[in-house]
Design a protein around this ligand. Structure first.
Ligand code: AMP
Length: 394
């Protein structure tokens, strides 16, 4: 068992908390603050117990100087100050004299937030490539390190793995809850256990699918990745998304798990991917050469509903279609409704899927919505979670 923030005496200690404030932004406006709200419990606990709180987080990807303007953490500090009803001191640097002075002057219960850790990526990707010196530098700012950023827990970055290597470490309440919830899927899930996978690529999810065929009772596949499976099953898929090099893998899986892998039986097609385009609903053996499959059809939804209604545990990751365009969003929306009304234990695996569920107002109907898309999939896959493995054991 990993140490948690509760295993440390925090009084008067400088506690570095790695949060996940990677929220959707539009021109400096936070579009959805759920990740910020989910970090409050750990921050409040640290303050209540007399810590000097130093917050770190990444936001977006930083490739050019211009990206810095777009992805500054300043709006996050403002939002946090309001939510905590306590001034969060924002330091516009990731390291250097300003940072060191601010840390030196901290009193118990103070909170400072340093600038976006990924600003360091402009110099040889020091954050994302886990530059040893950078991890050591950040570690020196504190006494204890708490990882509460589940979204990056499968990555080896300087602000997680790098710091943990150098000082005492533990996990925060958010990461603890994520692990507890996701273990319901890996340790004796209530059966039948059904997994619904969508999104664009099979190649991104090979390890996961291989692993899940052994663990889940049913895997329902939609989204762009369904078409490589359909092609492997011998159907003509027109101009739909297809990863030719994955066909042998899909074929082998379909042969081995004929009754457990459930593919669409009808789909929504169009000749172009654009708003207002004319669509057709086709059985999978009717797809025309010039058509692109962009959503699952209503008969597929009926089939998926049967499996979901019959399940005691459901995990969903990945949209069922090109849901950013209204004409191809029905499959994802209807699936969201179907899962919401099922009696199963329902877990949503981060990313686009979590956003769709929250935007549609179904957040309350789910048992758990993970804050990490890639991280939750890595967890289910049984892959090594580098930034978690390094955390001190109890
Ligand atoms: P991923 O990042 O792999 O989870 O994939 C998410 C993306 O898959 C979304 O942007 C969807 O628009 C896209 N997607 C879902 N279904 C399809 C499809 N049938 N054809 C092309 N793209 C799709």
């Amino acid at each position: 068992m990993k140490k948690t923030i509760k295993d440390y005496n925090l009084k008067g200690k400088k506690v570095i908390i790695r949060c996940d404030f990677n929220v959707p932004m539009d021109n400096g406006i936070i579009k959805d603050d759920s990740r910020i709200r989910k970090s409050l419990k750990t921050i409040r606990y640290a303050r209540k117990n007399g810590a000097k709180v130093i917050l770190l987080s990444h936001l977006g990807r930083i490739k050019t100087e211009k990206d810095k303007e777009k992805y500054t953490l300043k709006p996050i500090a403002e939002s946090l100050s309001k939510l905590l009803r306590k001034k969060v001191i924002f330091i516009e640097e990731t390291r250097g004299q300003k940072v060191e002075d601010a840390v030196k002057n901290m009193k118990e219960k103070d909170i400072i937030l340093l600038e976006n850790t990924r600003f360091e990526d402009l110099d040889k990707e020091r954050e994302s490539k886990n530059d040893k010196k950078l991890g050591k530098y950040w570690a020196k700012l504190g006494d204890i390190y708490i990882n509460d950023a589940f979204g990056t827990i499968h990555r080896a970055h300087a602000s997680n793995l790098g710091i943990s290597k150098n000082i005492k470490s533990g996990i925060g309440f958010l990461v603890e809850k994520e692990i507890k919830e996701l273990e319901k899927l890996t340790k004796n899930p209530k059966r039948p256990y059904t997994i619904i996978l969508g999104g664009s690529k099979v190649s991104d999810k090979i390890g996961l699918i291989k692993n899940l065929t052994k663990k889940a009772d049913y895997i329902l596949i939609g989204g762009g990745m369904a078409f490589t499976f359909l092609k492997a099953a011998g159907f003509s898929i027109g101009s739909s998304l297809c990863e030719k090099d994955q066909i042998p893998f899909c074929k082998e899986l379909l042969e081995k798990h004929q009754d457990n892998i459930i593919l669409p039986i009808d789909i929504i097609t169009a000749s172009e991917i654009k708003e207002g385009t004319k669509t057709e609903e086709r059985f999978i053996n009717e797809i025309q050469e010039d058509e692109i499959g962009l959503d699952i059809g209503h008969k597929t939804l009926e089939v998926f509903k049967q499996y979901i209604d019959d399940s005691k545990t459901v995990f969903w990751n990945g949209p069922m279609g090109y849901f950013e365009i209204k004409e191809f969003s029905k499959g994802t929306k209807d699936l969201c409704k179907i899962i919401s009304s099922s009696k199963a234990y329902k877990i949503i695996g981060g990313g686009d899927t979590a956003r769709a569920v929250i935007e549609m107002g179904y957040e309350k109907n789910m048992d758990h919505i993970s804050t990490g898309g890639g991280a939750s999939l890595s967890f289910l896959e049984g892959a090594k979670l580098k930034a978690l493995d390094i955390i001190n054991e109890k």
